[in-house]
Design a protein around this ligand. Structure first.
Ligand SMILES: [Zn+2]
Ligand SMILES: [Zn+2]
Length: 122
């Protein structure tokens, strides 16, 4: 999980704009929000956030007790990804999980999101 280094200009652009993505037709939808006024698409911003999250996870991993299975393991920061229906800047709860539980939780979150998207697309 090597973090990729984004250019200084890119980082500056991201931090200057608070970003809002239209989820009302015709500009976008809850499943596929439209681009921000600054020109960045929802996907680009999510990619950047994911990179930042990966760096944070790599930098904060430590030995501790997994909150899910209570085993003494190397634990990693787990925070569910923000979704389009969360308020901008919403802070998701953080837990500390071993790699196995981290993957399980990530999978569970993905399944939930897929399910919600499928329901929204109906
Ligand atoms: Zn923006
Ligand atoms: Zn665990």
């Amino acid at each position: 999980m090597a973090p990729s280094i984004s250019s200084a200009t890119e980082t500056k652009k991201v931090s200057l704009c608070k970003h809002s993505f239209p989820i009302q037709p015709p500009h976008g939808s809850i499943v596929r929000p439209g681009p921000c006024d600054c020109g960045l698409t929802y996907e680009q911003v999510q990619d950047e956030l994911r990179r930042q999250a990966e760096t944070l996870i790599a930098n904060t991993a430590h030995d501790g007790t997994c909150e899910a299975c209570n085993r003494e393991r190397r634990v990693y920061r787990f925070q569910p990804e923000e979704q389009p229906w969360h308020p901008i800047g919403a802070v998701m709860p953080v837990s500390w999980l071993c790699l196995d539980c981290w993957n399980d939780s990530a999978q569970a979150t993905n399944d939930l999101v897929t399910q919600l998207f499928e329901e929204a697309a109906r």
